[in-house]
Design a protein around this ligand. Structure first.
Ligand code: ZN
Length: 395
């Protein structure tokens, strides 16, 4: 399985200059290929990333000699990325959507370049990593997974340079502890309620961080456009956003690891993510992003531990059904307690989580680890394809 470990780098000045240059080459190649693609298409041609990469290789020595100052992977990978961008674009057009056409890249926005491990150009040794053309660079922590290093992508984030190392590894986290089946209800007020009664509070940024966020945004809005003070304030705000996101991601990782290692089956509701995108409040959008990330992490972690992930169809009325007698009630979002004539009085989210658990238990025909085989499909278990099982599990 391919896994990614993203680690902060501590480059020296020369290395940071090299990074910026390599990002520049990658961006130039991407924009060059995009312009070529458009021109060739308008002239009736059928452009492809493979042909464009060959074309660039043929002319770069003469026209762009400065490209050879950085790893040859940087421009090549950038054009491959453009190919992927077009693939996604055409797929969405086919699906009847109105995606935006691939855009030119701007300096300072998602700056990155990739190096592939062709002949052991990339190696890690403790808290250092060796990259092609540049040598050893200090890292903040050592690589978490053992295995073969496939590639390394260096990118600039609000707090400095990072490297995302892709490793082909067979080191799995420890297996399940035989905890049976658990239902997980996701919400806004509480992030998650488990059918065991555990409640994981909402992943809100810490109150102090929120106050800082408000103060920094206000300070930014008072700065003059184009001034260096504005740039400084902007960088400060971006760093705070990143650290808040990291806190949230960390909490999510702890929760999904705990679920995938403690239980044999984890039942969750399918979330209409594309429907959720058209949304309203900030709290809502943060929660939606967390839900999607929650599911993504749970998918690869259960695949690793061999637990079964049971995804219940979103039309299953988990919140409205009384867990004791099965009566379906009319419930508003503001009704926080399930009160049923049968005598069942239960917290709404706990009731929903217990229904999800029951749904998984009653359709538990597949052996643990075989995500959604046989009748599982009908009940909404999403089978993991081989590709997904080997999916890149980015941190
Ligand atoms: Zn009832």
């Amino acid at each position: 399985m391919l896994r990614v470990h993203k680690i902060k780098l501590d480059p020296n000045q020369a290395q940071a200059i090299y990074f910026a240059r390599a990002c520049g080459v990658a961006r130039f190649a991407y924009n060059w290929a995009l312009a070529e693609w458009k021109a060739q298409y308008d002239a009736g041609g059928k452009p492809s990333e493979t042909a464009l990469r060959k074309q660039l290789n043929g002319i770069k020595g003469e026209q762009f000699p400065w490209m050879s100052e950085v790893t040859k992977n940087a421009p090549q990978q950038a054009i491959k990325n453009l190919g992927t961008a077009f693939q996604n674009f055409f797929r969405r057009v086919k699906q009847g959507g109105k995606p935006s056409y691939p855009k030119f890249k701007k300096r300072g926005l998602h700056d990155s370049f990739r190096a592939d491990n062709g002949s052991d150009d990339i190696t890690c040794d403790g808290k250092t990593i060796k990259l092609p053309r540049i040598g050893w660079i200090r890292m903040r922590e050592s690589l978490r997974f053992g295995g073969t290093i496939k590639s390394a992508t260096v990118s600039k984030m609000a707090d400095g340079w990072h490297v995302a190392v892709v490793v082909d590894t067979w080191e799995y986290t420890s297996g399940r502890l035989g905890g049976g089946t658990v239902g997980v209800d996701l919400g806004i007020k509480e992030f998650a309620t488990l059918s065991t009664g555990e409640v994981i509070p909402a992943l809100k940024p810490h109150r102090a961080a929120h106050a800082r966020l408000v103060r920094l945004s206000r300070s930014l809005s008072r700065k003059q456009n184009g001034s260096s003070n504005r740039a400084k304030a902007k960088a400060k705000l971006a760093r705070l956003h990143l650290s808040i996101a990291n806190v949230r991601k960390d909490a999510l990782h702890k929760l999904t690891t705990s679920l995938a290692t403690r239980f044999d089956t984890v039942a969750i509701e399918d979330l209409n993510v594309s429907g959720m995108i058209k949304n309203r409040s900030l709290a809502r959008s943060i929660a939606d992003a967390s839900f999607a990330e929650f599911r993504r992490q749970l998918e690869y972690k259960t695949a690793m531990t061999g637990a079964r992930l049971h995804v219940v169809n979103r039309f299953f009325p988990s919140s409205k059904t009384c867990h004791s007698c099965g009566t379906i009630h009319v419930m508003k979002l503001s009704d926080r307690v399930m009160v049923c004539d049968c005598g069942n009085i239960m917290d709404r989210d706990l009731n929903a989580a217990m229904n999800l658990e029951q749904h998984a238990a009653s359709s538990a025909v597949s052996v643990c680890g075989e995500n959604g085989s046989g009748s599982g499909r009908k009940t909404g278990v999403k089978p993991l394809s081989v590709k997904q099982k080997e999916a890149v599990c980015a941190d």
